[in-house]
Design a protein around this ligand. Structure first.
Ligand code: ACO
Length: 310
Protein backbone atom coordinates (compact mmCIF):
# COMPACT_ATOMS: atom_id res chain seq x y z
CA UNK A 1 0.00 0.00 0.00
CA UNK A 2 3.00 2.28 0.36
CA UNK A 3 4.56 4.57 -2.17
CA UNK A 4 7.46 6.96 -2.51
CA UNK A 5 8.38 10.13 -4.33
CA UNK A 6 10.39 8.89 -7.32
CA UNK A 7 10.53 12.05 -9.43
CA UNK A 8 10.32 15.78 -9.11
CA UNK A 9 10.42 18.77 -11.42
CA UNK A 10 9.66 22.46 -11.47
CA UNK A 11 9.10 25.32 -13.87
CA UNK A 12 9.49 29.09 -13.57
CA UNK A 13 8.53 31.58 -16.31
CA UNK A 14 11.38 33.41 -18.02
CA UNK A 15 10.40 36.97 -17.06
CA UNK A 16 12.29 38.09 -13.94
CA UNK A 17 10.73 41.03 -12.10
CA UNK A 18 13.15 42.51 -9.56
CA UNK A 19 12.49 44.78 -6.60
CA UNK A 20 14.24 47.50 -8.61
CA UNK A 21 11.61 47.06 -11.35
CA UNK A 22 8.93 47.82 -8.74
CA UNK A 23 10.95 50.73 -7.37
CA UNK A 24 10.81 52.27 -10.83
CA UNK A 25 7.02 52.26 -11.00
CA UNK A 26 5.60 52.13 -7.44
CA UNK A 27 6.13 54.00 -4.17
CA UNK A 28 8.28 51.23 -2.71
CA UNK A 29 11.93 50.30 -2.28
CA UNK A 30 14.17 47.27 -2.53
CA UNK A 31 15.14 47.87 1.13
CA UNK A 32 11.47 47.81 2.31
CA UNK A 33 10.63 44.66 0.35
CA UNK A 34 13.75 42.76 1.46
CA UNK A 35 13.43 43.79 5.09
CA UNK A 36 9.70 43.05 5.37
CA UNK A 37 9.53 39.92 3.18
CA UNK A 38 12.96 38.58 2.14
CA UNK A 39 11.85 38.70 -1.52
CA UNK A 40 14.36 40.06 -4.09
CA UNK A 41 12.82 38.96 -7.37
CA UNK A 42 9.99 36.84 -8.73
CA UNK A 43 9.02 35.27 -12.07
CA UNK A 44 5.91 36.25 -13.98
CA UNK A 45 3.96 35.01 -16.99
CA UNK A 46 2.45 31.83 -18.31
CA UNK A 47 -0.82 30.02 -17.91
CA UNK A 48 -1.22 27.70 -14.95
CA UNK A 49 -1.77 24.74 -17.31
CA UNK A 50 1.40 25.48 -19.32
CA UNK A 51 3.54 25.74 -16.20
CA UNK A 52 1.95 22.58 -14.77
CA UNK A 53 2.65 20.64 -17.98
CA UNK A 54 6.30 21.74 -17.98
CA UNK A 55 6.85 20.85 -14.30
CA UNK A 56 4.88 17.61 -14.64
CA UNK A 57 6.90 16.49 -17.67
CA UNK A 58 10.18 17.12 -15.84
CA UNK A 59 8.98 15.12 -12.82
CA UNK A 60 7.88 12.25 -15.09
CA UNK A 61 11.21 12.26 -16.94
CA UNK A 62 13.10 12.20 -13.68
CA UNK A 63 10.95 9.30 -12.44
CA UNK A 64 11.37 7.47 -15.74
CA UNK A 65 7.61 7.05 -16.17
CA UNK A 66 5.34 7.68 -19.15
CA UNK A 67 1.78 8.93 -19.27
CA UNK A 68 0.63 5.30 -19.40
CA UNK A 69 2.14 4.64 -15.99
CA UNK A 70 0.25 7.45 -14.25
CA UNK A 71 -3.26 6.72 -13.07
CA UNK A 72 -3.96 9.81 -10.95
CA UNK A 73 -3.36 13.54 -11.42
CA UNK A 74 -4.04 16.17 -8.78
CA UNK A 75 -3.30 19.84 -9.44
CA UNK A 76 -3.31 22.18 -6.48
CA UNK A 77 -4.17 25.64 -7.78
CA UNK A 78 -6.32 28.65 -6.99
CA UNK A 79 -5.61 30.23 -10.39
CA UNK A 80 -7.07 27.75 -12.90
CA UNK A 81 -6.89 28.77 -16.58
CA UNK A 82 -10.68 28.84 -16.66
CA UNK A 83 -13.43 28.41 -14.08
CA UNK A 84 -14.58 25.37 -16.07
CA UNK A 85 -13.11 22.91 -16.97
CA UNK A 86 -10.54 22.09 -14.33
CA UNK A 87 -6.95 22.84 -15.35
CA UNK A 88 -6.14 19.20 -14.59
CA UNK A 89 -8.25 18.15 -17.62
CA UNK A 90 -5.95 20.08 -19.98
CA UNK A 91 -2.78 18.91 -18.27
CA UNK A 92 -4.00 15.29 -18.24
CA UNK A 93 -4.53 15.44 -21.99
CA UNK A 94 -1.26 17.21 -22.82
CA UNK A 95 0.80 14.80 -20.75
CA UNK A 96 -1.09 11.78 -22.10
CA UNK A 97 -2.01 10.40 -18.69
CA UNK A 98 -4.47 7.64 -17.72
CA UNK A 99 -6.95 7.56 -14.83
CA UNK A 100 -8.68 10.42 -13.08
CA UNK A 101 -7.67 14.03 -12.65
CA UNK A 102 -8.95 16.87 -10.52
CA UNK A 103 -8.05 20.34 -9.26
CA UNK A 104 -7.80 21.05 -5.57
CA UNK A 105 -8.09 24.57 -4.18
CA UNK A 106 -6.67 25.02 -0.72
CA UNK A 107 -4.75 28.17 -1.75
CA UNK A 108 -1.13 28.16 -0.55
CA UNK A 109 -1.73 25.03 1.53
CA UNK A 110 -2.84 23.24 -1.65
CA UNK A 111 0.25 21.16 -2.39
CA UNK A 112 0.39 19.66 1.11
CA UNK A 113 -3.36 18.97 0.91
CA UNK A 114 -2.84 17.30 -2.49
CA UNK A 115 -0.05 15.05 -1.23
CA UNK A 116 -2.34 13.79 1.53
CA UNK A 117 -5.20 13.26 -0.96
CA UNK A 118 -2.88 11.36 -3.33
CA UNK A 119 -1.64 9.18 -0.51
CA UNK A 120 -5.22 8.35 0.49
CA UNK A 121 -6.16 7.40 -3.08
CA UNK A 122 -3.02 5.28 -3.37
CA UNK A 123 -4.13 3.43 -0.26
CA UNK A 124 -7.27 2.63 -2.31
CA UNK A 125 -5.23 1.10 -5.12
CA UNK A 126 -3.83 3.78 -7.43
CA UNK A 127 -0.34 2.85 -8.58
CA UNK A 128 1.28 6.10 -9.70
CA UNK A 129 0.24 9.67 -8.97
CA UNK A 130 1.39 12.98 -10.41
CA UNK A 131 0.86 15.80 -7.92
CA UNK A 132 1.42 19.35 -9.12
CA UNK A 133 1.23 22.74 -7.42
CA UNK A 134 0.85 25.54 -9.98
CA UNK A 135 -0.28 29.15 -9.73
CA UNK A 136 0.00 32.42 -11.59
CA UNK A 137 -0.97 34.83 -8.85
CA UNK A 138 0.61 37.77 -10.70
CA UNK A 139 -2.38 37.54 -13.01
CA UNK A 140 -4.86 38.21 -10.19
CA UNK A 141 -2.76 40.81 -8.38
CA UNK A 142 -3.22 44.53 -8.92
CA UNK A 143 0.24 45.46 -10.23
CA UNK A 144 -0.33 49.07 -9.16
CA UNK A 145 -0.97 48.15 -5.49
CA UNK A 146 2.37 48.13 -3.66
CA UNK A 147 0.92 46.21 -0.71
CA UNK A 148 0.31 43.07 -2.78
CA UNK A 149 2.13 43.48 -6.13
CA UNK A 150 5.60 42.93 -4.69
CA UNK A 151 4.63 39.71 -2.91
CA UNK A 152 3.44 37.32 -5.58
CA UNK A 153 5.01 35.42 -8.46
CA UNK A 154 4.24 32.51 -10.78
CA UNK A 155 5.54 28.95 -11.05
CA UNK A 156 4.86 25.22 -10.80
CA UNK A 157 6.37 22.22 -9.06
CA UNK A 158 5.52 18.54 -9.33
CA UNK A 159 6.26 15.14 -7.84
CA UNK A 160 5.60 11.59 -9.05
CA UNK A 161 4.59 9.13 -6.33
CA UNK A 162 4.80 5.44 -7.22
CA UNK A 163 3.46 2.50 -5.26
CA UNK A 164 6.39 0.42 -3.99
CA UNK A 165 4.77 -2.45 -2.13
CA UNK A 166 6.01 -1.19 1.23
CA UNK A 167 3.58 -1.82 4.09
CA UNK A 168 3.44 1.83 5.16
CA UNK A 169 2.40 4.99 3.44
CA UNK A 170 5.16 7.47 2.48
CA UNK A 171 3.28 10.00 4.57
CA UNK A 172 4.32 9.50 8.17
CA UNK A 173 1.84 12.00 9.63
CA UNK A 174 -0.34 14.86 8.46
CA UNK A 175 -2.58 17.62 9.70
CA UNK A 176 -5.18 19.44 7.62
CA UNK A 177 -7.23 22.41 8.77
CA UNK A 178 -9.37 25.33 7.74
CA UNK A 179 -11.07 28.26 9.48
CA UNK A 180 -13.67 29.76 7.16
CA UNK A 181 -14.47 32.52 9.63
CA UNK A 182 -11.21 34.09 8.37
CA UNK A 183 -12.26 33.99 4.69
CA UNK A 184 -12.32 37.78 4.45
CA UNK A 185 -8.70 38.39 5.45
CA UNK A 186 -7.50 37.07 2.09
CA UNK A 187 -9.71 36.62 -0.96
CA UNK A 188 -10.12 37.27 -4.67
CA UNK A 189 -13.57 37.73 -6.17
CA UNK A 190 -14.32 36.46 -9.70
CA UNK A 191 -12.73 38.93 -12.10
CA UNK A 192 -11.15 40.92 -9.26
CA UNK A 193 -7.77 41.22 -7.61
CA UNK A 194 -6.36 39.68 -4.44
CA UNK A 195 -7.40 41.52 -1.29
CA UNK A 196 -5.28 40.89 1.77
CA UNK A 197 -5.08 42.14 5.34
CA UNK A 198 -1.35 41.54 5.53
CA UNK A 199 -0.78 41.93 9.24
CA UNK A 200 -3.71 39.73 10.19
CA UNK A 201 -2.64 37.04 7.71
CA UNK A 202 0.89 37.21 9.14
CA UNK A 203 -0.32 36.78 12.73
CA UNK A 204 -2.73 33.95 11.92
CA UNK A 205 -0.24 32.20 9.63
CA UNK A 206 2.42 31.92 12.33
CA UNK A 207 -0.08 30.57 14.83
CA UNK A 208 -1.64 28.09 12.37
CA UNK A 209 1.72 26.74 11.19
CA UNK A 210 3.14 26.39 14.70
CA UNK A 211 0.04 24.49 15.90
CA UNK A 212 -0.13 22.33 12.78
CA UNK A 213 3.57 21.43 12.82
CA UNK A 214 3.41 20.64 16.54
CA UNK A 215 0.49 18.32 15.80
CA UNK A 216 2.29 16.37 13.05
CA UNK A 217 5.49 16.07 15.05
CA UNK A 218 3.49 14.62 17.92
CA UNK A 219 1.55 12.25 15.64
CA UNK A 220 4.81 11.05 14.08
CA UNK A 221 6.48 10.80 17.50
CA UNK A 222 9.35 12.90 16.16
CA UNK A 223 11.30 15.82 17.56
CA UNK A 224 12.20 18.94 15.57
CA UNK A 225 15.82 17.72 15.47
CA UNK A 226 14.65 14.58 13.59
CA UNK A 227 13.52 16.69 10.61
CA UNK A 228 16.22 16.64 7.92
CA UNK A 229 14.50 19.30 5.85
CA UNK A 230 11.64 21.69 6.59
CA UNK A 231 9.92 22.95 3.44
CA UNK A 232 7.61 25.79 4.48
CA UNK A 233 5.22 27.75 2.29
CA UNK A 234 7.29 30.61 0.89
CA UNK A 235 5.26 33.74 1.69
CA UNK A 236 7.52 35.81 3.88
CA UNK A 237 10.96 35.11 5.37
CA UNK A 238 9.84 36.67 8.65
CA UNK A 239 6.96 34.18 8.91
CA UNK A 240 9.39 31.31 8.26
CA UNK A 241 11.83 32.62 10.87
CA UNK A 242 9.06 33.10 13.44
CA UNK A 243 7.80 29.55 12.90
CA UNK A 244 11.31 28.09 13.00
CA UNK A 245 12.20 29.78 16.26
CA UNK A 246 8.94 28.76 17.94
CA UNK A 247 9.21 25.11 16.81
CA UNK A 248 12.99 24.86 17.21
CA UNK A 249 13.99 24.05 13.63
CA UNK A 250 17.34 25.35 12.45
CA UNK A 251 17.27 27.66 9.42
CA UNK A 252 20.06 25.48 7.93
CA UNK A 253 17.54 22.63 7.77
CA UNK A 254 14.98 24.79 5.97
CA UNK A 255 14.42 25.11 2.22
CA UNK A 256 14.08 28.75 1.19
CA UNK A 257 13.59 30.03 -2.34
CA UNK A 258 11.27 33.00 -1.85
CA UNK A 259 14.09 35.48 -2.45
CA UNK A 260 14.05 34.31 -6.10
CA UNK A 261 10.36 33.46 -6.55
CA UNK A 262 8.19 35.53 -4.23
CA UNK A 263 5.01 33.83 -3.03
CA UNK A 264 3.94 31.34 -5.71
CA UNK A 265 1.03 29.95 -3.65
CA UNK A 266 0.50 26.21 -4.24
CA UNK A 267 3.74 26.05 -6.26
CA UNK A 268 5.92 27.34 -3.45
CA UNK A 269 6.43 24.13 -1.46
CA UNK A 270 7.18 21.90 -4.48
CA UNK A 271 9.47 24.59 -5.97
CA UNK A 272 11.49 24.69 -2.74
CA UNK A 273 11.41 20.89 -2.43
CA UNK A 274 12.66 20.42 -6.02
CA UNK A 275 15.49 22.88 -5.54
CA UNK A 276 16.59 21.12 -2.34
CA UNK A 277 16.36 17.69 -4.00
CA UNK A 278 18.34 18.90 -7.03
CA UNK A 279 21.00 20.32 -4.70
CA UNK A 280 21.42 16.89 -3.08
CA UNK A 281 20.05 18.04 0.27
CA UNK A 282 17.85 14.94 0.66
CA UNK A 283 18.97 11.42 1.48
CA UNK A 284 17.27 8.06 1.63
CA UNK A 285 15.11 7.80 4.75
CA UNK A 286 15.17 11.50 5.59
CA UNK A 287 12.13 12.97 7.30
CA UNK A 288 10.86 15.93 5.28
CA UNK A 289 8.34 18.29 6.85
CA UNK A 290 6.15 20.41 4.55
CA UNK A 291 3.79 23.02 5.91
CA UNK A 292 1.62 25.64 4.26
CA UNK A 293 -1.11 28.13 5.05
CA UNK A 294 -3.28 30.24 2.81
CA UNK A 295 -6.58 31.82 1.94
CA UNK A 296 -9.51 30.10 3.59
CA UNK A 297 -7.81 30.22 5.96
CA UNK A 298 -6.36 26.81 5.24
CA UNK A 299 -3.34 25.08 6.65
CA UNK A 300 -1.69 21.73 6.07
CA UNK A 301 1.40 19.99 7.36
CA UNK A 302 2.81 16.62 6.43
CA UNK A 303 5.93 14.65 7.23
CA UNK A 304 7.10 12.32 4.48
CA UNK A 305 9.90 9.80 4.38
CA UNK A 306 12.21 10.52 1.44
CA UNK A 307 13.52 7.76 -0.79
CA UNK A 308 12.53 4.61 -2.62
CA UNK A 309 13.72 1.78 -0.43
CA UNK A 310 12.36 2.37 3.01
N1 ACO B 1 6.58 49.32 -0.04
C1 ACO B 1 6.63 50.30 0.89
N2 ACO B 1 5.72 50.44 1.87
C2 ACO B 1 4.71 49.54 1.90
C3 ACO B 1 4.59 48.49 0.95
C4 ACO B 1 5.58 48.43 -0.06
N3 ACO B 1 5.56 47.46 -1.00
N4 ACO B 1 3.50 47.77 1.25
C5 ACO B 1 2.95 48.31 2.34
N5 ACO B 1 3.68 49.39 2.74
C6 ACO B 1 3.45 50.30 3.87
C7 ACO B 1 2.02 50.27 4.35
O1 ACO B 1 1.23 51.12 3.58
C8 ACO B 1 2.19 50.75 5.78
O2 ACO B 1 2.29 52.14 5.76
P1 ACO B 1 1.62 53.00 6.94
O3 ACO B 1 2.35 52.61 8.18
O4 ACO B 1 1.91 54.40 6.50
O5 ACO B 1 0.18 52.64 6.93
C9 ACO B 1 3.55 50.20 6.20
O6 ACO B 1 4.22 49.84 4.97
C10 ACO B 1 3.46 48.98 7.06
O7 ACO B 1 2.52 48.09 6.52
P2 ACO B 1 2.19 46.71 7.18
O8 ACO B 1 1.17 46.00 6.36
O9 ACO B 1 1.91 46.87 8.62
O10 ACO B 1 3.62 45.98 7.04
P3 ACO B 1 4.06 44.57 7.51
O11 ACO B 1 5.33 44.64 8.24
O12 ACO B 1 2.93 43.80 8.14
O13 ACO B 1 4.41 43.83 6.14
C11 ACO B 1 3.41 42.27 4.63
C12 ACO B 1 3.41 43.69 5.15
C13 ACO B 1 4.76 42.01 3.96
C14 ACO B 1 2.29 42.10 3.61
C15 ACO B 1 3.24 41.27 5.80
O14 ACO B 1 2.16 41.70 6.61
C16 ACO B 1 2.99 39.87 5.33
O15 ACO B 1 3.85 39.23 4.75
N6 ACO B 1 1.80 39.32 5.66
C17 ACO B 1 1.47 37.96 5.29
C18 ACO B 1 1.15 37.92 3.85
C19 ACO B 1 1.00 36.53 3.35
O16 ACO B 1 1.61 35.60 3.85
N7 ACO B 1 0.17 36.38 2.32
C20 ACO B 1 0.04 35.18 1.62
C21 ACO B 1 -0.89 34.21 2.21
S1 ACO B 1 -0.94 32.82 1.25
C22 ACO B 1 -2.18 32.88 0.08
O17 ACO B 1 -3.17 32.17 0.23
C23 ACO B 1 -2.01 33.72 -1.15
Amino acid sequence: MGGSIVGWGSFLPELVVTNQDFEARLDTSDAWIVERTGIRERRMGGLTSEMAVAAGRRAMDRAGVTGDDIDLLIIATSTPDRAIPATSSLVHSRLGLRGGAFDLNAACAGFAYALVAADGLMQMGHRCALVIGADNLSNVTDQTDRATAVLFGDGAGAVVIRANGAPDSFIVAYDLGVDGSLADVLYQDHGGYIHMEGREVFRRAVRAEVDSISAVLERAALKPADIALFVPHQANLRIIEAVNSRIGIDIDHTAIILDKTGNTSAASIPLALCEAADAGRLREGDYVLMSGFGAGMTWASTIVRWGETR
